[in-house]
Design a protein around this ligand. Structure first.
Ligand code: GLN
Length: 536
């Protein structure tokens, strides 16, 4: 069967949740036992998002194959359970550099190289190339940015051209504001957004409306009238308790059946078992019988999207443990005034996520010390593991001023140091230790109990690591080394003996899915629930 396409455009403003819609469509296609592969286009001229500030752009997501991609890929994986590949991320930077490289090679000899057709052809052949290589039933293309942006205009044109020779379903995500005083849902912005899309030669098959409250019938009628689209094709995307509910919410509107018909599929019925399995997990997110409170102590707190995978991994593990999750977001710099005890008093577990640079480090170390000394379960991710080692060196091993060479050049004890392989690297793009790496797990440790295996593959993104010079003394003083690099002996996972405390150089949050939570998060949430029971 020839691959079909769904293309999603957003109108009016960013942040409407295109990623959630794309992910929900992947899930719906899976409910019908069709194989779908997502592709995301981002208009920026960065080659990838590895060099972007998470504070502005949100988390940098890392794939098994070392690609640093937009955080929407995390959502695709959390919904679909499929490992994505770097080729599915198409950026302005990648496209332009490819076209220019081709021009230099002489591929377009004698021609004026132009946006249309050279760049647009490049896009089409990229997307059809993915369809050919992966052989899915459907490629779902999420177009980043907003219709009307200069950055994605050529991409939208390429999608129009794609529809001339393929089966393509277009979806427009738009926004319906509600003016508080009257409480009326206003459709004028959506109409204007639609007009922009139609001017580009694209008539959407469906219009999904993001609203704060359920879409009213008369709002649907109005949009239908102005867009020459049938009323039942105006889909409600009103605020939901959890984004994981969205595929079920779409199904309840019959959107799935219309979509299958538009894709000219053969009337195959939905796989009820798959839907039921998903539904029961989604129900657990909201209606659990107990609560677990986790303090995340980090430094990018004003933009929670910086930690989206960490938050979701906790959601998955809490649901699997039948607990309602309460996250206390703690700005680490604010702990530097000695308020740790007060601020973390309610935490059943403390988590320090990944991060870069010196700001806020001492606050995180204070939080780790508090957790270690007070029997509070702890999970340290990447930077959170490095700081767990530093805290132990300073406060248990008497290495005053122990530090990472990332933060201090003149510490006498650089217990965390730049990796050998990083020492001579100057370029910043795509040069960290990236992607999936195997770790060897030590038998009988908490890490072993969590993974249930003696090896684990997790994703990485860092330049610094545990300095082996100090391994012996730290182990002598009780820090347990529970994981090392497979086939090497660089320390990857450490833990406390006293109670649950694990630090991993990896980012296990990047592989957590609603249907298969990350093992270390599962163990952490379980330990947090245990400590809560003891307290109450
Ligand atoms: N900044 C640290 C390093 O580069 C930790 C990185 C991270 O937390 N992702 O090693």
């Amino acid at each position: 069967m020839q691959t079909k396409y769904i293309v999603i455009f957003g109108s009016l403003l960013s942040g409407l949740g295109k990623g959630g819609i794309t992910s929900s469509l992947l899930k719906i296609l899976d409910f019908y036992d069709y194989r779908a592969v997502p592709v995301k286009f981002d208009g920026y001229l960065n080659y990838d998002c590895g060099t972007m500030n998470p504070y502005r752009h949100g988390e940098v997501f890392v794939l098994d194959d070392k690609s640093e991609v937009d955080m929407d890929f995390g959502m695709y994986e959390r919904f679909s359970g499929i490992n994505m590949k770097g080729i599915q991320s198409i950026t302005g930077g990648k496209l332009f550099s490819k076209v220019i490289a081709k021009e230099r090679r002489g591929d377009y000899l004698g021609e004026d190289v132009q946006i249309i057709p050279h760049l647009t052809n490049e896009i089409i052949s990229n997307i059809e190339g993915i369809a050919e290589a992966e052989g899915p039933d459907v490629v779902v293309v999420e177009v980043g940015g907003t219709v009307g942006d200069i950055e994605n205009s050529y991409f939208i044109e390429a999608m129009r051209q794609l529809s001339l020779r393929n089966e393509v379903v277009f979806i427009n995500l738009t926004y319906i504001p509600k003016i508080d005083v009257v409480g009326e849902q206003k459709t004028k912005p959506a109409q204007i957004g639609l007009r922009l899309l139609m001017q580009l030669g694209i008539m959407p098959n469906f219009i999904i409306c993001r609203t704060s409250t359920p879409l009213l019938e008369k709002t649907k009628e109005k949009i239908a009238l102005h867009s020459s689209t049938k009323k039942e094709r105006i889909v409600d995307d009103s605020d939901m308790g959890s984004v994981y509910e969205l595929p079920l919410h779409f199904i309840s509107q019959g959107f799935d059946r219309m979509l299958m018909a538009d894709l000219k599929f053969d009337g195959r019925p939905i796989n009820k078992e798959k839907v039921q399995k998903w539904k029961s997990l989604v129900d657990r997110i909201r209606s659990a019988d107990k609560e677990v409170s986790i303090a995340i102590v980090g430094k990018y707190m004003d933009l929670k999207d910086s930690y989206v995978s960490v938050r979701e991994a906790l959601v998955h593990s809490a649901a699997a443990n039948n607990a309602n999750l309460k996250i206390n977001w703690v700005e680490s710099e604010e702990l530097e005034d000695g308020s740790v005890k007060r601020r973390l008093a309610d935490a059943d577990g403390v988590l320090v996520p990944g991060g870069f640079g010196e700001r806020g480090i001492e606050g995180m170390i204070a939080a780790i010390k508090f957790a270690r000394e007070n029997g509070v379960p702890y999970l340290g991710l990447c930077l959170g593991m490095q700081l767990m080692v530093i805290e132990y060196a300073r406060n248990v091993c008497g290495m005053d001023g122990a530090n990472s060479s990332e933060f201090s050049d003149d510490s006498a004890y650089k217990v965390i140091d730049i990796m050998d392989s990083q020492k001579w690297i100057d370029a910043k793009g795509g040069t960290m230790r990236l992607g999936a790496w195997d770790a060897a797990i030590r038998e009988g440790t908490m890490a072993h109990a969590a993974y249930g295996r003696l090896s684990a593959s997790e994703r990485h993104r860092h330049r610094y690591e545990f300095n082996s010079t100090y391994r012996e003394i730290l182990e002598e003083k009780g820090l347990v080394v529970s994981g090392t690099t497979a086939g090497g002996n660089v320390v990857e996972i450490v833990e406390w003996k006293s109670h649950f405390g694990i630090g991993t150089q990896a980012h296990p949050e990047l592989k957590s899915r609603l249907e298969s939570p990350a093992p270390l998060f599962m163990a952490f949430v379980r330990a947090a629930l245990g400590s809560r029971q003891e307290k109450h």
